[in-house]
Design a protein around this ligand. Sequence first.
Ligand code: R2B
Ligand code: URA
Length: 309
Amino acid sequence: ILLNHMGSEENEYINEQVQVKNPNLDTMEEDILYHFSLSTKTHNLPEMFGDIKFVCVGGSANRMKAFAQFIHQELKLPGNPGDIKDICEGTDRYCMYKVGPVLSISHGMGVPSISIMLHELIKLLHHAQCRDVVLFRLGTSGGVGLAPGTVVITEKAVDYSFRPQFEQVVLGKVITRNTELDEGVANELLQCSSELQTFPTVIGNTMCTHDFYEGQGRLDGALCSFSQEEKLEYLRKAYEAGVRNIEMESTVFAAMCRVCGLKGAVVCVALLNRFEGDQITSSHDVLVEYQQRPQILVAHFIKKRLGYI
Ligand code: R2B
Ligand code: URA
């Protein structure tokens, strides 16, 4: 049953088990997680994934492999971080690495790509009977009035008109879901950044768009139908609505976490200040260092939660 008013599927966090909201799954003899190349018949999901407590997702396959190797070092786990194997090697849609209680998965670019991954991830965590899972998106973004390299912890994921909601078309009708993220996890992450004191970090709203160019008000795409002044006016309005960065996955991420009883957080580094320009002009090395910042922050959070610090 699909209910189409906001809040109708809200999870009450009574049972901390990861919840699917689909009665059809109970009657299926096998569930094939096609884009992961995993299935409930061919894989023992509780044995493979039952101990997962932290799931970190991010756009790029290489970056999520690097994160898996980094967290392996940080948690001082036995074995060689270079030997970590891609659990989804049977497909090249997404990659997945497991390091102790941490799962690192790539999701590609944009809402459709991450939402397919999240459907299969949430089913995987459900089939594996995981409990008390925290899900992080570690990403890149365009900053709105922030110095490049600033890390933004998302308070609310908002749409193109700065509303905290995600619209999905289901059977030809629009369903709207709330996109507020877990306040406790966001504050804990901010606390981690003040302990680290290695890069500027803020809490703010994150605008999610369906395009990198026109959708984010860039003047440098193959198409552009607005003026520089119109662009700046839109960014100013976004800033006034509390938006501090722009990316392409946060609303569906937040909406799906909320409905399924997962505590979710979005941590993205700003690669540039969109008031200053549209092109990403920093050197490769600077960009690599920026992209490590959300990883360092979330690794600190995980180490604290596990009692390493
Ligand atoms: C941030 O970076 C990507 C676009 O360059 C997109 O996946 C996002 O959200
Ligand atoms: N990712 C985005 O979606 N936008 C930017 O400006 C930079 C990275």
